[in-house]
Ligand binder design. Structure first.
Ligand code: PLP
Length: 397
């Protein structure tokens, strides 16, 4: 079968298999079961011996709805294999635990998602795994930090909330020169915007809670890579029990069907909204890779010209009181500290996603009290512009 365009692959997620027995529902049913039945002892012995496709034992080890989303995401990412977990953090922690052992060192992008940092600092530190943070957009700093011989590098394709874009191919080359694994969190770019494995990364991870689910109603996470890596990671997910539930897999499958439409529209809206907001005297800076003043604008144009992300971050007057005034003046845009649903939402990195960093760390990489992160949705752009104009009117004297 020839490989289809990602829009087609996504739209057909969970389509019925022609070999299915009757009845033949067009969409995959939900296999809401914790366990699967066997004919007799010989049958279960055969299952363990050959693990045939389409056979399952226990939903913690695997479930047809989970297999469906794993196969589709592996195709979209250009990966040999993929393994889902119950959340983005479930996927990230399983990947880290598969790569690292006691005594190892991890090199992490300084503006990594706060939950990843909390896992590394608060949980892994108890297992003698040490950590260095570095600015991954500056390869000289990465080179300096590599002297500590990390076993793992963790980067993000588009960072939160400033949408910084590291040179993934450059990071992969450096990681491999010291025998390290490069894991890339591709949540903000989606496999439609970027494919980290094609750029040399070993593992690509997503919070499927975001654009894959797409409707702020489900949690999930996925790691993509070679079959060998994914088998190891699946072993951890199964052992610790961070598996994705069948209904959640079904919701993510439904989300993936429309992900290309939603993401394309949201990225287009983000570009237009960023241009509009950059005209406002109340905003001292707008961060979006489509803006010529974004530090990685040229990289965004060459790597992801049309789909350079749907997150726009704005710098308001630098106090929590001013941010509160703005948020109260824009009641139609919900303050909800997540992202990537169909509606536009606001978040405040200083008090939510980045509260795990010290104040000095936050300021050092540009997270200030006045920053507001906008997860741009699929609404009509003129409505968004007028709603933001109303919110920003509180700053007009
Ligand atoms: N990676 C990124 C970039 C995120 O923004 C998040 C959550 O916001 C995660 C990982 C963790 O995902 P989850 O909340 O599904 O565990």
């Amino acid at each position: 079968m020839s490989e289809k365009h990602p829009d087609t692959t996504s739209a057909r997620t969970g389509e019925r298999n022609r070999d299915d027995e009757w009845p033949r529902p067009e969409t995959q049913p939900i296999y809401q079961t914790s366990v699967f039945a066997f004919d007799d002892v010989d049958d279960v012995v055969d299952y363990y011996a050959s693990r045939p496709n389409g056979r399952y034992l226990y939903s913690r080890n695997g479930n047809p709805n989970v297999t469906t989303v794993e196969e589709i995401v592996a195709r979209l990412e250009g990966a040999e294999s993929a393994c889902f977990a119950a959340s983005g953090m479930g996927a990230i922690s399983a990947a880290v635990l598969s790569v690292c052992k006691a005594g190892d060192h991890i090199l992490v992008s300084q503006d990594i998602y706060g939950g990843t940092l909390v896992f590394l600092r608060n949980v892994l530190a108890n297992f003698q795994v040490s950590l260095t943070l570095a600015d991954f957009t500056d390869l000289e700093r990465v080179d300096a930090a590599l002297a500590q011989r990390p076993a793992l590098l963790i980067a993000e394709t588009l960072s939160n909330p400033l949408m910084r874009i590291p040179d993934i191919a450059g990071l992969a080359k450096r990681a491999h020169e010291v025998g390290a694994v490069l894991m890339v969190d591709n949540t903000f770019a989606t496999p439609l915007g970027l494919k980290p494995l094609a750029l040399g990364a070993d593992l690509s991870v997503h919070s499927a809670t975001k654009y894959m689910g797409g409707h702020s109603d489900v949690s999930g996470g996925v790691v993509c890579g070679t079959r060998e890596w994914i088998d190891r990671i699946r072993g951890v997910v199964t052992a610790v029990g961070s598996n994705l539930a069948p209904f959640d897999a079904w919701l993510i499958a439904r989300g993936i069907k429309t992900m290309p439409l939603r993401f394309e529209r949201a990225c287009g809206n983000a570009r237009l909204l960023a241009a509009y907001l950059s005209e406002s005297p109340a905003i001292s800076r707008v961060w979006h890779p489509s803006r010529p003043d974004h530090p990685e604008h040229d990289r965004a144009v060459s790597m992801m010209p049309d789909l350079c992300g749907a997150i726009v971050t704005i710098a308001l007057p630098d106090s929590l009181e001013q941010v509160n005034r703005f948020m109260r003046a824009i009641p139609t845009i919900v303050f909800a500290p997540s992202l990537a649903g169909v509606t536009t939402t606001l978040s405040h990195p200083w008090t939510t996603s980045h509260r795990g960093f010290s104040e000095d760390e936050r300021r050092a990489f540009g997270i200030t009290e006045g920053l507001v992160r906008i997860s741009v949705g699929i609404e009509q752009i003129d409505d968004l512009k007028s709603e933001f104009a109303e919110g920003l009117a509180v700053f007009v004297i």
